[in-house]
Design a protein around this ligand. Structure first.
Ligand SMILES: Nc1nc2c(ncn2[C@@H]2O[C@H](COP(=O)(O)OP(=O)(O)OP(=O)(O)O)[C@@H](O)[C@H]2O)c(=O)[nH]1
Ligand SMILES: [Mg+2]
Length: 442
């Protein structure tokens, strides 16, 4: 699915994630490339332009988190915007508070309406519903047989009437559903073109007759830009409530998926990924974005850093470093922040450019040892380790269940680290890095 676009995005993102600096020309160059990738994938031109504008504005205005690279942060922006383009959140079917819930399935000829109707019935049945399929395509001779056959396979009843109009069948089916105790009715309609006034007025009458809870527009993803145009035309006439993209298992470039919900302002609710009855997926914008970018790990890392690192606290800490006031108490706080991010091995694994030897084990227990020792100190001792004489060290060792050697080792390591941090902070202030986090360079 979306092989070309995801290959192109993945290689762009791989390059980006290692970038230590993101400059103006860098952002411009990158957004140009994103534009090319999206246009190649047949994404609507207006959608592409506003997407690019949004990404650049966010990239220029963003403060760089200290714990991730600017490139990684850019990937996160790209990911967030892609999710927005795909409709932001997963949107569930709307069920009526007064069953049966009525779902009308509409679209062009051959888009996959009948197949989807059966797939949806099967999906709902598995979730404990009692669906009824309604054969309201009275024009194509084999249409009723096709739906009846599919209904038999999944063991779902099919309502049909070869002597009535589509409008009458639809309203009769609603009554039949109540008799049958069906809680959902799925109406499979005939394929029609939005320019065919007669057929369009029929489907509007069907809508008026039953006031459906959902009108799902089924569209073949392979038709690219046309999918977006017809969706818009159907929406203008019918106020559709959701889109179903079919044949996503085929060689589609992805343009329809990426344009449709932002152009039509209607969510994609399901995607068809094959001819089989169970080849149906609910549509998750987030999962689709990460499929396209192929960069789920970077996004998770940035999200974790964003949620965990308190910027104010980071600033306070940096000031302390300058004044050489960094204490074991601060060290302990840092430790807590790191622990919140998850197992060390996993965090290290997500940092680009850092690869652990294949069998290396990063032991989180080491953190627990350090934590236990620090916790056995008094606040005064943590803020002023110089007072830690022999007897105090012995007490701490006993309290934490470690040896005096362990305590000494920690104190030596801490002193070393403090010296290193002090040098680093001198160096960065010399290079003009003030206490504010850097911005993407303009
Ligand atoms: N690969 C693939 N094929 C699909 C998918 N959905 C439907 N098809 C195929 O598309 C063809 C048309 O499907 P139908 O469900 O009959 O389409 P329709 O919209 O009901 O067609 P009309 O009633 O003639 O307008 C069939 O061969 C289906 O097997 C899908 O998600 N993936
Ligand atoms: Mg059909």
């Amino acid at each position: 699915m979306f092989d070309t676009i995801s290959q192109q995005f993945s290689s762009l993102v791989k390059r980006l994630r290692g970038e230590a600096r993101i400059s103006e020309s860098n952002i411009t160059e990158t957004t140009e490339e994103i534009k090319r990738i999206l246009l190649d994938a047949d994404v609507n031109l207006h959608v592409v332009n506003s997407f690019i504008k949004e990404v650049s504005t966010k990239a220029f205005g963003k403060e760089v988190l200290t714990s991730v690279s600017p490139g990684q942060q850019f990937v996160k922006i790209l990911n967030d915007e892609l999710i927005r383009l795909l409709g932001s959140e997963k949107r569930d079917l709307i069920f009526s508070s007064k069953p049966p819930t009525k779902i009308m399935v509409v679209g062009l000829q051959g888009s996959g309406k009948t197949t989807f109707s059966a797939k949806l019935a099967n999906y709902l049945k598995q979730k404990g519903h009692q669906p009824l399929l309604v054969a309201a395509d009275i024009y194509r001779p084999a249409a009723i047989d096709q739906l009846t056959m599919l209904g038999n396979i999944i063991n779902v009843p099919v309502y049909s009437d070869r002597n009535e109009s589509a409008v009458k069948i639809t309203s009769d089916a609603s009554k039949f559903a109540i008799e049958q105790n069906s809680d959902t009715i799925i109406i499979d309609t005939a394929g029609r073109m939005h320019i065919d006034d007669g057929m369009m007025s029929e489907v509007v009458k069907m809508k008026n007759a039953i006031q459906p809870d959902e009108i799902l527009f089924v569209v073949d993803a392979m038709t690219g830009q046309d999918a977006v145009n017809t969706a818009k035309a159907f929406h203008d006439k019918l106020q559709i409530t959701g889109v179903v993209l079919t044949k996503l298992d085929g060689d589609t470039r992805g343009g329809s998926a990426l344009s449709i919900s932002s152009v039509v302002q209607v969510p994609i609710k399901f995607v068809g990924v094959g001819e089989k009855i169970d080849a149906l997926e609910q549509f998750y914008p987030e999962r689709m974005a990460s499929r396209i970018l192929g960069m789920g790990d970077v996004v998770t890392l940035v999200e974790k850093a964003q949620s965990v690192i308190d910027e104010k606290q980071a600033e306070k800490l940096e000031k302390k470093l300058w004044k050489s006031e960094f204490s074991l108490e601060d060290f302990y706080e840092q430790l807590q922040q790191i622990k919140k991010m998850g197992p060390l091995q996993q965090i290290i694994g997500m940092i680009p450019g850092v690869s652990l030897p294949p069998n290396a084990q990063v032991d989180d227990k080491q953190l627990d040892v350090i934590e236990a020792i620090i916790l056995s100190m008094t606040k005064e001792e943590r803020n002023n380790p110089d007072i830690l004489n022999g007897s105090r060290r012995k007490r701490i060792a006993n309290g934490s269940g470690r040896t005096i050697q362990d305590v000494n080792k920690l104190l030596t390591q801490f002193e070393k680290m403090k010296k290193m941090l002090k040098n680093y902070s001198k160096m960065s202030s010399f290079m003009g890095n003030k206490s504010k986090p850097p911005k993407f360079q303009r």
